[in-house]
Ligand binder design. Structure first.
Ligand code: B4P
Length: 194
């Protein structure tokens, strides 16, 4: 059993790889993006506030996101938790460390998925086009303009976590530019050593 963080810019493929780990290793995906999208559709006051922030490409408040994770950590851990898109700020990283300690759990690896900015924008534009072609809802934050803002948020608030986890000797860097199976193989190799 291993608890891991998938870290990387928006569109790096965190959600894509997390879903594979759920299928292949019975791990439990904790995607704050999915949780927040669910909250958005709930119609509650919190959901409305979340929608406003997400649709602008900004980060939702630490308090909301930490609360969501705390709830899930009390649930079944399966083959280990995959923190997908969390933490995204240093405050969230400190909160996660405290929550894991409180529940007597560890963190086995932080996997940074490295993808260059140009490739990221291309993926997001493609995802929006594919959804449109299939008549599926298009994520409101999947436009080149909002994506630019999401990327800016990433470099300002989330990229500092690379140094934070490197200092703790928990950081493992992988090539996220490769095709999906190759990225999955890199993650498997980190997990097998964890
Ligand atoms: P998230 O839902 O976390 O989404 P993401 O950053 O866009 O994407 P991810 O890296 O998971 O990419 P995916 O696999 O889908 O965040 C959305 C928003 O939620 C944030 O902007 C923020 O507002 C809010 N939020 C979430 N967590 C938060 C937190 N902790 N604190 C505050 N706010 C928070 O892949 C993208 C596309 O690339 C897909 O179409 C996929 O098919 C494709 N792809 C994946 N891997 C590929 C590969 N190897 N090659 C080619 N294409 C690939």
């Amino acid at each position: 059993m291993a608890n891991i963080i998938l870290l990387g810019p928006p569109g790096a493929g965190k959600g894509t790889q997390a879903k594979r780990l759920v299928d292949e290793r019975a791990m439990v995906q904790l995607s704050t993006g999915d949780m927040l999208r669910e909250a958005k559709t709930s119609g509650t006051e919190m959901g409305k506030r979340v929608a406003e922030v997400m649709d602008k490409g900004q980060l939702v408040t630490d308090e909301i996101v930490i609360g969501l994770i705390e709830e899930k950590l009390a649930g079944p851990a399966g083959g280990g938790f995959i923190f997908d898109g969390f933490p995204r700020t240093l405050k969230q990283a400190d909160a996660l460390a405290a929550l894991l300690q409180k529940t007597g759990q560890g963190l086995d690896a932080v996997i940074e998925m490295q993808v260059d900015d140009e490739a990221l924008v291309g993926r997001i534009v493609r995802r929006a086009e594919e959804a449109r072609a299939q008549g599926l809802p298009v994520r409101r934050d999947d436009t080149p303009e909002v994506f630019e803002l999401r990327l800016r948020e990433y470099y300002k608030n989330t990229a500092p976590l690379i140094g934070y986890y490197w200092a703790k000797q928990q950081l493992r860097q992988i090539d996220g530019m490769a095709e999906m199976d190759a990225v999955a193989a890199s993650i498997a190799s980190v997990l097998d050593k964890a």
